[in-house]
Design a protein around this ligand. Sequence first.
Ligand SMILES: C[S@@+](CC[C@H](N)C(=O)[O-])C[C@H]1O[C@@H](n2cnc3c(N)ncnc32)[C@H](O)[C@@H]1O
Length: 209
Amino acid sequence: MRLTEILLGFVRSVNDLTDSSAICRADRMAVKRYDSSLYHKFTFSWANRVKETFGYSLPKITPGKVLDFGCADGSTTAELSFLYPDSFIIGIDINTYQLEAASYRADDRVSFMYADGYYIDKYFENDSFDIVFAMNNLTDICNMLPKRFLNGILERIVDVIKPDGYLCIASMGNYCVLRLDDDKDASVISRSGRDLQYQIILDILQGKK
Ligand SMILES: C[S@@+](CC[C@H](N)C(=O)[O-])C[C@H]1O[C@@H](n2cnc3c(N)ncnc32)[C@H](O)[C@@H]1O
């Protein structure tokens, strides 16, 4: 009897570890505690983070719509509005405290909304954006989430990007710019660093795994 209980407990804890919703819950708790002032202390610049990360690899687009996935307090969103002066910029986050701070940066071209980027298709229609920027968030979950779950997140993100649009991901100064073709097949047009996390994302987007 005791042995059965021990075995059942073991199975339950393994299930918990592999259950994506449990991981998501842990992620949500981390997000609640997230304090951007600490994060900004460790990033190399407050105002020019997007430009300093992507440099000349920043995609050039005709006026359109740009999404800042996980915008936190909106500092990158504000910079994107400066870098894409003819476009509309939307910042999304699941941290309401951060969104409240970001709301002061809203204007007629910049808006912020609560949206869970993992289920982005619930908030935006297919082909909504010319560029999606995901800075310092997507890469962090690569090692945490089961592949099938990460596949779904990336698939849904690609769905909301227009054909010929871009997905720009970055993590602490390293970046990767992906271009989608007409059929939304992704290719890397520029990248820095060779972090494993990028490779995981690239492999999924390029259908290798
Ligand atoms: C480290 S901050 C990065 C902020 C900003 N992108 C930057 O680079 O300065 C990560 C942000 O991603 C947000 N985030 C995490 N998971 C998210 C999700 N599923 N949907 C939307 N935002 C999310 C967090 O709430 C947090 O504000």
